[in-house]
Design a protein around this ligand. Sequence first.
Ligand SMILES: Nc1ncnc2c1ncn2[C@@H]1O[C@H](COP(=O)(O)OP(=O)(O)OP(=O)(O)O)[C@@H](O)[C@H]1O
Length: 941
Amino acid sequence: MAAIHEGPEFGIGDFVLLPELTLDAFMQNLKNRFEKGRIYTYIGEVVVSVNPYRQVDLYGKNYVDQYRGREIYERPPHIFALADSAYKTMKRQSKDTCIVISGESGSGKTEASKIIMRYIAAVTNVSGQREVERVKDVLILTNVILEAFGNAKTNRNDNSSRFGKYMDINFDFKGDPIGGHINNYLLEKSRVVFQQTGERNFHSFYQLLVGAPEDRLSQMGLTRDTTLYHYVNQGGDPKAAMIDDRGDYKSVVAALKNSGFDPKDIETLWNVIAAVLHLRQMHLERTLLSRVIAAGGQVVEKGLNVSEALYARDAFAKAIYNRMFTWIVGRINELIDPKHSGVRYAGKNTVIGVLDIYGFEIFDNNSFEQFCINYCNEKLQQLFIELVLKQEQEEYMKEGIEWQHMFLDAMAQKLKSERFTCRKLAPADKSLEHNRDFRIMHYAGDVTYSVVGFIDKNKDMLFMDFKRLLFNSSNNLIKSMWPEGKQLVTETTKRPTTAGTDFKNSIIALVENLASKTPFYVRCIKPNEIKSPVQFNDTRCKHQVMYLGLLENVRVRRAGFAYRMAYDRFLHRYKCIARDTWPNFRGNVVDGVKYLVNSQNCGQDVKYGRSKIFIRSPQTIFAFEEARDRKIPGIVLFLQKMVRGALARKKARQLRAMYLIMGCFKRYKMRNYILMIVERFRNVRQTRDFGKNVQWPSPPAVLQGLVDMLKKVHSRWRAHMILRKIPKEERPQWHLKVLAGDLLMRRRPEWGLKRKWEGNYLAQTRENSSTADFVSQINLLKSKDGFTKVLFSSFVRKANKHNKTAERAIVFTDKFIYKLDHKKHFKAMQKGIPFTNVTGVSITQGSDQLIVVHLSGGNDLVLCLYSHVNEERIGELVGILANLINRQYSRDLKLRVENGRIGCMLGDKSRSVIVRQMATNNGPVFRKEGSDLSLLIPSPS
Ligand SMILES: Nc1ncnc2c1ncn2[C@@H]1O[C@H](COP(=O)(O)OP(=O)(O)OP(=O)(O)O)[C@@H](O)[C@H]1O
């Protein structure tokens, strides 16, 4: 299935979708992506991985989360997507799956297999079972052990696996790992006795020499100096920048211990390595100088010549190491055997196999090893084509699509055809040496092999003497490694199978095993020879692309239909590009897909299967993808708008709810408070003071305003309750009395509260015998000056400018104050004094009727009210003035209440009026007293 994904990408994420398939276009895309750090690219579901040669931040938890459970094309190409796909297939469909990782040395196969293992470890055992965790730990620890004994520094890779590895991981029905099994192939044992310049023997030798404690080394008769030992010093300086032998020794010992190796066995393993080292150093002993054979029923000892002896020694060393390695793998298998691992092993269990195997190798001289390796790759490629063919056929059949894969058939045919040649068969080919070279046309290219050394390597001979020797070892572990040493010299020896046959059989078994599983492929490419994270060596990469058969891979995928997708996923992915499908298509899914295809006018390029749409050319996919890319920004904006709207609405709802709660709470507190008030004031109507002295409970802060208002309401109500007994016509009078009371209470004992206040006294005949004159004069003034009403009138005695007493009538209207001469028919003495001139009023505390009306202009009115009934009227006048000034000028009356002496201005001079009591019958009179005035009033009788 072709893969397309979102997010910023460089180049094309799936080679199947290359607009034009050429080697150059392929290489250009691979290079572009590598340079931008996109190390993974798909060919359908195959992952092509380019070794980044640097730590890349691609494998953290956030990446695991991004790929877990997703479809392969939903995220950018990644090896996690493949691991997830393999895991999902295994778990959901209960099918065994396998992941085949191939590529040349240093291309990143082992790293890829570790990344896959870690991904599977991360997504399994979510319930955290201890046993499952232990199995996972051991599976991961086995890497450390296998790398120590099976990896070496080569010129191509500092940590090169010198054996092929196939590992099955077993899962229980829940999909949790419960164990595993490892098969190893073709350990490169020649390395034990020989290393090229710049290379090393297996890591284990150096780890022992550099890392083991001093006493342990001397116990084994070794010294730390690695240059002393021929088997480890042939490559020159064995140090490598990235290798830490001392640290690795510790890790390996810990891994051996923690994964369950017996401490005694661990000791033996290191002893075996020491023995191999010694073997090369020691003087030749009997076993190495002769061998025992049975000839004609007789046991005879046959001497060896030097080269035979040396060959025998090296063969022995190689065999010892190889057996030890095989034993280690076997022991690991026991430890991770799902039957013995402690996890309940019942019923159905499925496996994921991971094959980390050397890729195609072509050197200048290709020998037995390359032959085996290339044979293995050939088989795997054959398997790949067969499986793809099978899968494709099955899918076409399932989907009801006519089979038309001419290309695949041709490929399959090609693999079956005759592909061997030598000089004898092709006499004209001078590049093939007679009796030495032969050529095989591999799918990835032609390889010429030389048969030199083939026979020996194939026979892989080791004299029985050695096997017997080790079978007789006192160490049980060693003994167990050499079971065939039991055979007696005289017994007829079964001809052992050759290395080639062994390898062939194991590969056939492997291929059969893989063929029974659903396969996934990782193709690793090494970008350069110098381990550089930036260099992309075109020639080297081109070779690998060819040898890995990647172009064929793409062709297989593109033959017929490059792309196919389940209808619902297709509709889901592209529904945004047409009006009737967005946001939802009304109708069935297939009609929706057909509608989309027609909207892009590409009906001739697709076929409709039962559950999937099949698209022939990548261009059509691009048209869909581009249309989608054009729509996405608008959709993003739309979604943002919707999300923002939804968030704002949510916030508004919350605010509303908040206010509602606050409102309810306020009302609740208010109600409580009001209930309390109601309780307190329940009976105030019946009390004498109508609740004047009831204590108000202190209100909550929010109610302060309300309470102030309620207090006012209460006072008004109280006033109403008090006043309601008073007749309506008396109310104005009481209003004045209240005002006067406010000003005079406790300041002037006598202020006429109990008396009826009548105001315009001169309009009453009992006070004034010439009321008609008064009234007509007032009407005259009213029409002249435009005032409305007389508020107060009275006869007065006033001090004139000669400090004498003058008798007058005084009238306070709502606008003016008039002085009238009642002896001349109440003629106005002067123009009325406008009220605006009044600045204040002074009276005394006594019962005299003296009032000084202070005026602006330096001449105050100094008056003493006078009537024959001799009433207190000062309080009334004060009330009237206070009311007028309040109403008319919105200010308070300035009133001074003095103790018997009032300051005033007369003729622009500041003077005092002093009240004095005298025995007099003439009523109050003013007199000069020094520079002041005195008012003489009759003393009370
Ligand atoms: N994904 C990766 N991230 C970072 N470094 C990597 C990655 N893959 C490979 N490398 C680097 O490349 C080196 C070689 O990789 P690796 O050992 O996996 O190659 P290989 O294909 O298994 O080689 P061989 O066939 O020789 O065993 C690693 O040691 C590591 O430094």
